[in-house]
Design a protein around this ligand. Structure first.
Ligand code: ARG
Length: 586
């Protein structure tokens, strides 16, 4: 099924061609003056330059050529040379009718499905998830689902940080606390215990402690570095401890991501890329890309056109140790080998943008990827507190993600606790609504922008919020629930007149496919949020102005019910893509 904007563009393009201009001038866009028209075409303004004519003259020719077109209720040239267009509502109604019956509401499968790896989440083992992990998880999850819905083969990878100094620090601290453990006995040749010598809460206490301590104790830090080195070079006892750390952390991480409705397809770890390192480095050296600078092995990545300094990409430190860079590059090698993706998207804090610029350039220069492999950095901004500074706990610490989610769920519970519903249901619904509030509050902002985490605003049942969207869905469910028996699917539109509210409702519904396509192309979940907000608004205006269930005209009533069902299904699809859920009542 064609997108509605394509149908309109084709019509207008035909008119341009018929009048002797290039058909490409006929591309239309959604009007930025919805008070005047629904769509607009600015092609006459550009054509005017080529044909040395006044734009308005061309616009008028086109409008005249389209005058008998029954698709349009309005097609008018306005100064200086715009063409304002509105659709016949009967056409819109027919389009929505067809859309409601088509798979994916008129969304066509991607022209050429791409294989795309989305690297998101980026948790580190042995550390509790904190607020800094919220954005990569929820933005990445939404981007993954949107790209998949658009017809691509998408692989979401958590890319677990399991290989760095944090593990060395934990090993070092364990050695201080429990020196008697067999992992530290170099002569121990037996089998190590199956049970980990710590719990997740132990780890959560050990890591920050060791990290702080190492900042003021150089010898301790050195020991941690050495432990990391030994681990990476196959020390038997440390490997066994690392396995324990992995098992304990993974359970905890999986549980926490599940609560956030975030599902990775892959739980690859930084350590998984290690086997690819030696060959990668050899190749970089052989091909003359890597050279020694101040003892370290680096690849120059600056380019003539740079306006700012782009430092070389370091591959090995002077002591031969690998770095975050080395792992990311080797991960690219691994991904190319396992999936030969067309694109890899990194959903990471935007403060790492220079780092990824170096990585991407290095990967291209050293041919780790194909010429046409796209490497995309989707950098997100910071979640700030009400003071405009990065969000902290009351005492200035880093807030755990669980705590953050709980705070918003509690706020929703407070609002709902007097509802006439069983306590158990109130709790469950508060959980769903709270998560929606949090996710929508985040996703409705353009990812790259910082935003302010405002519990009160996010949990409001009115305005541009998650709960408002859910509330609208619940309202539709409740209307549909009051109908006796299951309604058949949407009936064919009858010949009749339409009010403004219904026209707006149809118009917004008809834009679904175009919106999702754009959200996918621009990796922009906020476009989907804008869309569902608009859809909720146009529906609610209609609802307040019309009595659906008592409508006397049966044909009309049946169509409205069809629209309700379609709207609910579209909203449901959108919130699935954004990865939150709606309750049946709230
Ligand atoms: N674990 C990293 C961190 O905590 C984020 C990983 C981002 N992804 C990547 N491929 N480097 O900062």
């Amino acid at each position: 099924m064609k997108k509605i904007i394509t149908i309109i563009s084709e019509k207008v393009s035909q008119a341009f061609a018929a009048c002797g201009y290039d058909a490409a001038y006929g591309a239309v866009s959604v009007s930025n003056r919805p008070d005047l028209c629904q769509y607009q075409c600015n092609g006459a303004l550009t054509a005017a330059k080529q044909f040395h004519k006044a734009p308005i003259v061309i616009a008028e020719e086109i409008a005249a050529a389209l005058s008998g077109e029954d698709l349009f209720s309005l097609c008018e040239a306005v100064k200086p040379g715009f063409i304002n267009i509105s659709l016949n509502t009967a056409f819109l109604a027919r389009y929505v009718y067809e859309m409601s019956r088509s798979e994916k509401f008129g969304m066509e499968p991607a022209g050429e499905p791409q294989t795309i790896v989305v690297d998101y989440g980026g948790p580190n083992v042995a550390k509790a998830l904190h607020v800094g992990h919220l954005r990569p998880a929820i933005i990445g999850e939404a981007v993954k689902r949107i790209l998949r819905y658009a017809g691509n083969e998408v692989i979401g990878d958590a890319h677990l940080g399991d290989w760095g100094l944090q593990i060395g620090l934990i090993i070092t601290e364990l050695r201080v606390r429990q020196p008697e453990l067999p992992y530290f006995d170099e002569s121990f040749a037996g089998e190590y215990p199956k049970e980990p010598p710590f719990t997740m809460s132990d780890l959560e206490e050990i890591y920050p402690y060791a990290s702080e301590y190492s900042k003021t104790h150089e010898d301790y830090k050195e020991a941690a570095r050495h432990a990391t080195y030994l681990l990476q070079n196959g020390h038997r006892g440390y490997r066994a401890l690392w396995e324990h750390i992995m098992t304990v952390s993974m359970n905890d991480l999986k549980k926490n991501y599940k609560k956030l409705n975030v599902e990775f397809d892959l739980w690859k770890k930084e350590s998984d890329a290690q086997p690819y390192i030696p060959e990668m480095i050899q190749k970089m050296k052989d091909e003359g890309h890597a050279h020694i600078s101040e003892g370290a092995l680096v690849v120059d990545v600056k380019e003539e056109s740079d306006t700012k300094e782009i430092p070389p990409c370091m591959i090995l430190k002077s002591d031969g140790a690998t770095l975050y860079n080395t792992t990311d590059l080797a991960t690219i090698v691994e991904r190319m080998k396992l999936f030969s993706p067309n694109q890899i998207i990194y959903v990471v804090d935007k403060r790492q943008s220079l780092y990824f610029e170096q990585i991407f350039r290095c990967a291209r220069k050293t041919h780790l990827v194909n010429e046409d492999t796209k490497l995309t950095f989707l950098g997100f901004g910071t979640m700030n507190g009400r003071d405009g500074k990065p969000f902290k706990t009351r005492d200035g610490g880093v807030m755990r993600l669980e705590q953050l989610v709980q705070s918003i769920v509690d706020e929703v519970y407070e609002k709902m606790k007097d509802r006439d519903m069983p306590e158990e249901e109130i709790r469950r619904v508060a959980g769903q609504v709270g998560l929606a509030a949090l996710k929508y509050g985040d996703l409705s902002n353009q990812a790259s922008k910082d935003y302010i985490f405002d519990v009160e605003r996010f949990t409001s049942f009115e305005g541009n919020t998650g709960p408002y969207i859910l509330y609208t869905m619940v309202r539709i469910k409740s209307i549909l629930g009051r109908l006796d028996g299951a309604e058949a699917s949407m009936p064919e539109p009858s010949k009749r007149s339409y009010g403004t509210e219904e026209t707006n409702w149809l118009l917004t519904l008809s834009r679904f496919a175009d919106t999702v396509e754009r959200a996918a192309a621009e990796l922009a979940p906020h476009k989907l949020c804008q869309y569902i907000y608009e859809l909720a608004n146009v529906f609610n205006s209609f609802y307040h102005g019309n009595k659906i269930l008592t409508e006397a005209d049966e044909a009309k009533k049946a169509e409205w019910i069809g629209l309700l069902q379609t709207t609910l299904a579209v909203l449901q699809t959108c919130i699935d893509l954004l990865a939150f859920e709606a309750p049946d009542r709230m």
